[in-house]
Design a protein around this ligand. Structure first.
Ligand code: FAD
Ligand code: SF4
Length: 463
């Protein structure tokens, strides 16, 4: 029988004041009973608007119908026919703007919890499937493709090409594959064994993953072609941090969110069994309002800071982070200094941060994107006492590949130029994900990897 409840089944979570002291996952996942109950809220709409809201067109009502019948493995197979990373997407996709944003049940109540159910079927499969089950290796077509970067774009492209029979090698500059999924998004939102599982399943299919390999330094894109690769996909992300450019930003205790999060997530600085150094600051300001800022603030809290502030120059309405993450951060006692902008970092005689001088802002006329422009309020300066400041105001693509690859062009913002199929300005080189769009989302990177895999296949066939 259909479930006409107006609200989603709540997601069980760790208590806020317990979880803000550990790195275990915040959301605990639905039980089988809750999953069935939630799936029964789906109306199986004829037009299924939810599907058009999903960048990889997961057949949502079909998989929900299977969940409602308790046929979880069948549901998993439907999801994975178009989405190769459901355990990741179920956890981090901004569903409120995608499938759930279009769900008919959302008109007069809460939408169906599509993301939570996607996570449920992926976790159910991981728990119940035989990890040693033989994986059918596709028949090789003898063509070699190189993928630069092992984030969601690179992994998706590699997986799709391997399934078509290509011999794929992924090169990753870090010692672990996964891109932002391992070095940026914290363990408490996305456990790293989930990413490792996805990488292992690609390896079982025959994809080779070479870590500690910086393409553009020891090996160039030209070297890859000379070695016999017939096409290259670049999914190198947008990992170059931006800074505010204010006085005092070179003081000790100023970090980019990228460095802070990489030390914690990839290098496990929060664990006693790792040697990664990290300072346990007591009062931390994180500048920015996106998911990256929320992650950095919540990590700082977990490392033992007494006071953690989000400093953001616009108001709560413009805050770009997912609502769920903002809500979680607030529950965990992260404080919000909104309509506030840092103008100077203040330090002591030894060069350590002691505070940031800020100015209050008010919202003026809308800018070209329609967002109201923040305007400083004269004379409202004050000093926020902190011993660390983390810049989380955005990132751009690293210029290394475009500087070392002839014919590879980028736009003004440093993003690689590629057409709608991922074809770049250099013959045989395709690109997608954050390297092309600038910082975006996991699912858009995956979509770009998928599109480029199909285009690479066409390119090789046409040669
Ligand atoms: P990346 O994931 O950045 O992967 C690129 C990989 O390429 C990296 O591993 C990098 O080391 C490697 N690389 C770079 N240059 C080279 C080179 N020269 N040689 C070899 N390897 C190289 N999105 C969401 O949808 N939901 C979220 O909740 C969310 N939270 C986020 C939180 C944080 C902290 C951050 C930083 C991002 C978040 N995002 C989120 C954005 C999302 O993670 C990215 O849009 C997505 O990972 C982009 O995928 P990608 O494959 O293009 O690049
Ligand atoms: Fe089900 Fe919502 Fe999709 Fe309709 S829009 S089919 S209710 S998930």
């Amino acid at each position: 029988m259909a479930n006409m409840s107006m609200t989603k089944n709540p997601m069980p979570e760790q208590e806020p004041l317990v979880r803000n002291k550990n790195f275990d996952e915040v959301a605990l996942g639905y039980t089988a009973e809750t999953a069935i109950d939630e799936a029964k809220r789906c109306l199986n709409c004829k037009q299924h608007p939810c599907v058009s809201g999903c960048p990889v067109n997961v057949r949502i009502p079909e998989f929900l119908a299977k969940v409602a019948q308790g046929e979880f493995e069948e549901a998993y197979q439907i999801v994975t026919s178009t989405n190769s990373l459901p355990a990741v997407c179920g956890r981090v996709c901004p569903q409120e703007n995608q499938c759930e944003g279009k769900c008919v049940r959302g008109i007069k109540g809460e939408p169906v919890g599509v993301g939570r159910l996607e996570r449920f079927v992926a976790d159910w499969h991981a728990e119940h499937a035989d990890p040693n089950a033989a994986v059918e290796k596709p028949v090789s077509n003898g063509h070699r493709i190189a993928v630069v970067g092992s984030g969601p774009a690179g992994l998706t492209c590699a997986g799709d090409l391997a399934r078509m029979g290509y011999d794929v090698t992924v090169y990753e500059l870090f010692h672990k594959a996964g891109g932002v999924l391992v070095y940026g998004i914290p363990e408490f939102r996305l456990p790293k064994d989930i990413v490792a599982r996805e990488v292992a399943s690609l390896e079982k299919m025959g994809v080779k993953v070479v870590t500690d390999a910086v393409i553009g330094r020891a090996i160039s894109i030209d070297d890859l072609f000379a070695e016999g690769f017939e096409a290259v996909f670049i999914g190198s992300g947008a990992g170059l941090p931006q800074f505010l450019g204010i006085p005092g930003e070179n003081l000790l205790g100023v970090y980019s969110a990228n460095e802070f999060l990489t030390r914690i997530n990839l290098m496990k600085a929060y664990r006693d069994d790792y040697d990664t150094p990290i300072k346990h600051h007591k009062r931390v300001a994180v500048v920015g309002g996106g998911n990256v800022a929320m992650d950095a603030a919540r990590c700082a809290k977990r490392l033992g800071a007494d006071e953690v502030y989000i400093v953001y120059r616009r108001s709560m309405d413009e805050l770009p982070a997912r609502r769920e993450e903002v809500h979680h951060a607030m529950e965990e006692e992260v404080q919000f200094q909104l309509l506030t902008n840092p103008v100077r970092v203040v330090g002591d005689e030894n060069g350590y941060v002691t505070g940031i001088e800020c100015i209050r802002m008010e919202l003026g006329e809308p800018d070209e994107k329609g967002r109201r422009r923040p305007v400083p309020v004269e004379g409202s300066n004050f000093v926020l006492e902190v011993d660390a400041m983390i810049d989380a105001i955005g990132t751009t693509p690293n210029p290394l590949l475009r500087m070392t690859t002839q014919g590879l062009e980028a736009n003004r913002k440093g993003c690689l130029i590629a057409d709608e199929n991922g074809k770049t300005t250099r013959e045989g080189v395709y690109a997608g994900g954050d390297a092309v769009t600038g910082a975006a989302t996991v699912i858009l990177a995956m979509g770009a990897g998928k599109t480029a895999a199909a285009a690479i296949d066409d390119y090789i066939r046409s040669k």
